[in-house]
Design a protein around this ligand. Structure first.
Ligand SMILES: [Zn+2]
Length: 273
């Protein structure tokens, strides 16, 4: 599943390749994504210029004249840009034609989304999919003091709270495990038991971890935008994620793993307390 770093890599690719382009039309071969793709998408988008590509959490925001196309890659979505598009293959559900380039959405499992939010629909930040999201990890609002405030009275394990996305967005399973290792915090620690100084370290660790993953993804970006494989690539550099039974890279202690709620948690019992 694409995580925030992968989505950010895609955003940068789209921004570099498509911004300032004008949509000529769109073809929808399969509207049944997680929610239906708007009927008449081609007529809706035709003639609109793409001013910029933004991101909120894992939502890509194609900022067009008069509104925003909200795109989510779901579990298996991919966006690719073609100058000379090959014939559509299976699961190539939507094409958006920018004249000199074609943006193609491919999604075997169809948990992704493509929704239109017009200027007359109100502020984008109030959109039902965006309104409940936590702060962006690279925004100035995100720091240790903010994490400390947001976790007072919250007895849930810090890792679960990070994954929920309501305090801070984009810290999926790999990145939560790695950030907590770097900050020296055990994943099962109740969030309200963590003090301000440790939250300062955690905020820093989250930004560094995500930034590294984005950097590694960015270096593999070539002619097309592709969200595949970055998580796997990043995993080669992990301290704890997927390293059960192996020695900690810092202290040599055996990395532990616990499985709960369909997710695995990895930690070093010596480095993380
Ligand atoms: Zn260790």
């Amino acid at each position: 599943m694409p995580e925030l770093p992968e989505v950010e890599v895609v955003r940068r690719g789209l921004q570099a390749r498509l911004s300032d382009g004008v949509v000529r039309g769109a073809t929808v071969r399969e509207p049944r994504l997680r929610w239906p793709v708007p009927a008449g998408l081609g007529e809706l988008l035709a003639g609109r210029r793409l001013a910029a590509v933004g991101r909120r959490g894992k939502y890509l925001l194609l900022e067009l004249d008069g509104g925003t196309l909200i795109v989510h890659l779901g579990m298996s979505g991919r966006l690719r840009i073609f100058e000379t598009p090959p014939p559509p293959a299976r699961h190539d559900h939507v094409d958006i034609d920018f004249g000199s380039a074609l943006l193609r959405y491919h999604d075997p499992r169809r948990f992704g989304a493509m929704l239109w939010h017009g200027e007359s629909d109100g502020p984008l930040a109030a959109h039902r999919l965006l309104a409940g999201l936590g702060v962006e990890p690279f925004s100035p609002e995100f720091d240790g003091a903010m994490l400390y405030r947001a976790t007072r009275g919250r007895g849930a394990a810090i890792k679960q709270l990070l994954l929920a996305g309501t305090v801070v967005v984009g810290v999926g399973n790999i990145y939560a495990s790695e950030s907590l290792f770097r900050a020296g915090i055990r994943p099962s620690t109740p969030a309200h038991r963590i003090g301000r100084a440790r939250y300062e370290r955690l905020a820093q660790a989250i930004r560094e971890t995500l930034d590294e993953a984005i950097g590694r993804g960015g270096s593999t970006l070539r002619d097309f935008v592709d969200s595949d494989g970055l998580g796997g690539y990043f995993q080669n550099y992990c301290y704890v994620y997927d390293r059960e039974g192996q020695p900690c890279r810092v202290c040599g202690t055996t990395i532990q793993r616990r499985h709960d709620q369909q997710r695995s948690t990895f930690w070093c019992p010596r480095c993380q307390r």
